[in-house]
Design a protein around this ligand. Structure first.
Ligand SMILES: NC(=O)c1ccc[n+]([C@@H]2O[C@H](COP(=O)([O-])OP(=O)(O)OC[C@H]3O[C@@H](n4cnc5c(N)ncnc54)[C@H](O)[C@@H]3O)[C@@H](O)[C@H]2O)c1
Length: 439
């Protein structure tokens, strides 16, 4: 990833293909949103690339361009969407089924959504137990399935006349997999694909196909996927950016906003109990204990890293952290997340914070997909390769260099992201020291 200050950035010429694995609630809310914004009937709320600014120089300089004017990003008009799913429904049908967006809004963008028909998926029910679909590829072994994907991507690129492509995993959460010896090198990984080894999940086959095709990859679910040495090495070798994992929305977003605040004031924590009800397909998949385990691992690590119990034992040693997800169909995509936070202050006196977040999962996730697509493409044009830690801002479980602990504090993550953009453009980094104003 090391990249020079004021790096040369190739212009965002031509069309950018955004290939989505999974055409469910998140993907369709993202695509429908972009179409609605292009039509001028909605605003890109929640998207840093579209609405965010970056301060340059001193506070008195009044230089605060929009991020999209500061770095050369692909334009929304230049995005072309493609997807894979195990169900053959078009993006319009899938969006209608997901029930996130109102029918009136969908009716206005029906034509472009209907044109997006998912390609046949690489799928194996042993990795997502609650799903069964018909739109699925067949192949002799996992390597052959990857080769089918590679050929299909090349064909899609040509047909859609795109000059660059990024791939984002927005498909269901797979069962919990631990790193395995076959994940170590590209050779062992390819051999394992040929032998249909069970340590190779479908998400890894897509990631492999992307990296073999010269395409950056982002992982929006908590699956292991690209977070294994074989695929990290492939990304480095082919000079491609990768990032993951698990879009930071809902309850974890709130956690990484609130926990840094409590810690900044040296308030202690006895426990944080989080529970959710949701009724979309994601909720149904996560109702399976093996898929939930993958999600749980991703959600639990956040507080440990932010609060640093080893550094602050008097405040955070042995706090209890429980996360539950309950599948409750009447709620659909409109999740309700409750948090009970038991904190303590001066002289150990106890207090409680209760949060009841009536959130909409896919409404929070869609702008993340947009930003990741645009930033990954920017990274690619800048020659940034391997793990993109500056994109931690978007993830529950940010991918970092091996041995390096992830930064979860959302404010530090944002500073890191904006400082990366300043670095790329040769601007001074902002430290917030500010002594010069008082000279
Ligand atoms: N919505 C959020 O706020 C949020 C936040 C973080 C992570 N995520 C993750 O993003 C993913 C998508 O969420 P969603 O709400 O859109 O779920 P969803 O169930 O609506 O959509 C997922 C789609 O992926 C398809 N799919 C499953 N396996 C596939 C495969 N191997 N190849 C192609 N398609 C496949 C399913 O058929 C489904 O249509 C989930 O893994 C979820 O955990 C979502």
């Amino acid at each position: 990833m090391p990249v020079q200050k004021q790096a040369e950035i190739a212009p965002a010429k031509g069309k950018l293909g955004v290939l989505l694995v999974g055409l469910g609630a998140v993907s369709t809310t993202f695509i429908a949103g972009v179409e609605a914004i292009k039509k001028g009937i909605a605003e890109p709320i929640g998207s840093l690339t579209q609405m965010g600014t970056v301060r340059l120089g001193k506070r008195t300089d009044n230089r605060v361009p929009l991020i999209k004017d500061f770095v050369p990003l692909a334009k929304l008009e230049d995005l072309v969407f493609g997807a894979w799913d195990i169900f053959p429904d078009s993006a319009f049908e899938a969006a209608t089924h997901a029930g996130v967006l109102e029918k009136d809004l969908l009716a206005q963008i029906r034509t472009p959504l209907q044109k997006i028909k998912p390609m046949k998926a690489v799928f194996d029910q042993s990795y997502v137990k609650r799903l069964q679909g018909t739109n699925v590829k067949e192949g002799k072994n996992k390597l052959e399935l990857a080769e089918q994907l590679i050929a299909e991507i090349a064909d899609w690129k040509k047909k859609n006349k795109v000059s660059r492509v990024v791939m984002i995993w927005a498909a269901s959460t797979e069962i919990f997999l631990k790193p395995h010896a076959v994940h170590k090198t590209l050779d062992t990984f390819e051999k394992a694909m040929r032998e249909n080894h069970k340590a190779i999940a479908p998400s890894m086959i897509y990631a492999y196909a992307a990296l073999k095709s010269g395409i950056p990859f982002a992982n929006g679910a908590p699956n292991l996927t690209v977070d294994i040495p074989a695929l990290r090495t492939l990304a480095e070798k082919n000079r491609l950016p990768i990032c993951g994992k698990d879009f930071k929305t809902g309850q974890t977003l709130m956690k990484t906003i609130i926990a840094p605040g409590l810690k900044s004031r040296m308030l202690g924590l006895h426990g944080w109990y989080s529970t959710n009800i949701l009724g979309n397909r994601d909720g149904e998949v996560l109702d399976d204990p093996d898929s939930f385990k993958t999600k749980e691992e991703s959600k639990l690590s956040v507080l440990e890293y932010i609060l640093q119990p080893d550094v602050y034992p008097a405040l955070y040693k042995d706090f209890s952290h429980v996360v539950r997800i309950n599948y409750y169909p009447p709620r659909g995509d409109n999740k309700e997340g409750w948090d009970n936070i038991d904190i303590f202050g001066w002289l150990g006196y106890q207090m409680q914070i209760k949060i009841d977040f009536l959130c909409r999962d896919s409404i929070l996730a869609a702008p993340i997909v947009l930003d990741l697509a645009l930033f990954l493409d920017l990274a690619q044009r800048t020659g940034m390769r391997g793990i993109q830690e500056w994109l931690s801002f978007y993830f529950k479980s940010p991918q970092t260099a091996p041995g390096l602990y992830p930064e979860h504090d959302i404010f530090i993550q944002l500073m890191k992201l904006k400082n990366t953009l300043r670095h790329l453009r040769g601007e001074d980094l902002i430290t917030h020291l500010g002594l010069e104003y008082y000279d």
